[in-house]
Design a protein around this ligand. Structure first.
Ligand code: XMP
Length: 508
């Protein structure tokens, strides 16, 4: 309601983050106790409401793994062949196995050479495999025997026999699998794989020592990774509205792509376009919703209540808001279209309330204070530029005049559109009769260290903001927000001033 009154008084002015500040309130909340958890749907919850953008200079598996370990979510971009994107998703889902319910197994009749070929073909980053015969556990092929020199040997003669393998019963894991796995590895010093079996000796799961160590240290550090119900990291992938030559959606290709992602247990897909309030994007969301009723769908981008309601009616769970606020965007310059981001979030929030869906603030966030302001209206934020300088972002590091940089480019830049993202901007990259009109630029970001550090600083800033507003969680942040319009002099006052800066402050 405070937002309604505030924006009504300022209509039709478009406001963005730096135009407003939030008023403080009495607080009995310490920043460290502010709970930043959010949900994008019934199935996807995050402990940190931050998502890394589905851009080809921001999110591939390495970034997505780091995001999920920090409690957020990474959206793998689509400027790569669909099968490569599926592999990227699989890399995230298999990263921390906690308990792998469906481990890759081999048979005693295979040769070590077959296993080496499998590792190569599937790009596995492990070399130890349970050996099954007729569904039953008969041995364990350890990494030390999976070598080129043993290529001609049989798995059966190379494996450690069943009698020599320590296993744990699936029943012993029911209450708290991580605690039980921790106890197993403490008891069996030197063993690095825990095989889980049922009463018939069927293999029911596998846990690795290093993953369990990492999980227990995360738990003791109170860092809550974002996981699915089977303890795997969560991940999303962007989908483009791929079209046939006649302009209609290529339904078979889209469904086959999403099926492969679902087979890898993807947690959500994002139908990512520059203009989401269109028949084409609506059709695409409906297509995916009809084929995959329980899959979490993010869609966008829109900047109106009607846009949110339209995509919600088509079946989206969470809607991206933002047209042209991004640090590499030129949509507003090129098309003369877009609404400053805080006003866009405000109108979009009305649509979200009407339909009971979530909204995600996408673009234009340059510091942690912007995240706090965005979350007074949205359920999560998407970051591009703030994460593009992290070690985990794809791309080469380059040195210019003693400083190190990474490339960061808009998905609507000419180079990115030629790599595949033209459909996001309503263009066809193979259409040589028309010139692609860029809506983004190619840029550089100074390398900013690891994602852990960058996200840690941003989440610290978010929790500070929540502390100032007496908000114990993000629902309270929305309820407690009171906005004050800032004058140009007030904006100047809000940043360091009248001093000679000798050490640049950490952005965020
Ligand atoms: P930030 O400000 O975090 O913004 O760098 C990232 C978001 O910007 C959007 N995006 C674009 N928008 N032209 C645009 O108008 C582009 O080329 C472009 N590339 C990305 C996208 O929503 C992203 O999450």
């Amino acid at each position: 309601q405070a937002a309604d009154a505030f924006f009504a008084a300022n209509r039709p002015v478009g406001l963005t983050f730096d135009d407003v500040t939030l008023a403080t309130l009495f607080s009995d909340i310490l920043p460290k106790d502010a709970d930043t958890a959010t949900a994008l749907s019934e199935n996807v919850t995050l402990s940190v409401p931050i998502i890394s953008s589905d851009m080809d200079t921001v999110t591939e598996s390495r970034m997505a793994i780091a995001m999920a370990l920090n409690g957020g979510l990474g959206l793998i971009h689509y400027n790569m062949p669909a099968r490569e994107q599926v592999k990227e998703v699989a890399r995230v889902k298999r990263h921390i196995h906690g308990l792998i319910q469906d481990p890759i197994t081999v048979s005693p009749k295979q040769s070590v050479g077959d296993v080496l070929d499998l590792i190569e073909a599937k790009n596995y980053d492990f070399r130890t495999f349970p050996v099954l015969d007729g569904g039953k556990l008969v041995g364990l092929l350890s990494g030390s025997t999976v070598r080129e020199r043993y290529r001609s040997k049989n798995v059966g003669e190379s494996m450690t026999a069943r009698a020599d393998i320590h296993t744990v019963s699936v029943k012993a894991l029911e209450a708290d699998p991580i605690k039980a796995a921790d106890a197993f590895f403490t008891e069996h010093v030197g063993i690095h794989k825990m095989l889980v079996v049922d009463d018939e000796d069927h293999l029911r799961g596998l846990a690795t020592f290093s993953d369990i160590e990492r999980i227990t240290s995360e738990i003791s550090n109170r860092r809550r990774a974002a996981r699915d119900s089977e303890f795997r990291l969560i991940v999303g992938a962007a989908l483009a509205p791929v079209r046939l030559d006649d302009g209609t959606l290529d339904r078979d290709r889209i469904i086959s792509h999403v099926s492969q992602l679902v087979d890898e247990s993807i947690d959500c897909v994002a139908v990512s376009t520059a203009h989401g309030h269109t028949a084409g994007v609506g059709d695409m969301v409906r297509l995916v919703r009809d084929a995959f009723p329980s899959l979490t769908i993010i869609a966008g981008n829109v900047t109106s209540a009607a846009g949110v309601e339209y995509l919600a009616d088509c079946g989206a769970n969470a809607i991206k808001v933002g047209q042209g606020p991004g640090s590499i965007c030129t949509t507003r310059v090129v098309a003369g279209v877009g609404i400053p981001q805080l006003t866009a979030l405000h109108v979009a929030a009305r649509g979200a309330r009407a339909k009971g869906v979530k909204i995600i603030a996408d673009g234009g966030i340059t510091k942690s204070g912007d995240i706090v302001k965005a979350l007074t209206l949205a359920d999560a934020v998407i970051l591009g530029g703030l994460l593009a300088g992290c070690r985990e972002a794809p791309g080469e590091i380059m040195e210019i005049n003693g400083k190190i940089y990474k490339q960061y480019r808009g998905m609507g830049s000419l180079a990115a559109m030629k790599s595949g993202s033209a459909a996001r901007y309503g263009h066809n990259k193979n259409d040589t009769t028309r010139k692609l009109t860029a809506e983004g630029i190619e840029a550089l970001k100074e390398v900013s260290g690891s994602l852990d550090e960058v996200l840690g600083t941003l989440v610290g800033g978010l929790q500070s903001g929540m502390g100032y507003l007496g908000a114990k969680d993000l629902t309270a942040l929305k309820q407690n927000a009171r906005y004050i319009r800032v004058s140009p002099a007030g904006q100047k006052e809000s940043s360091p001033h009248d001093v000679i800066e000798i050490k640049a402050g950490v952005k965020g």
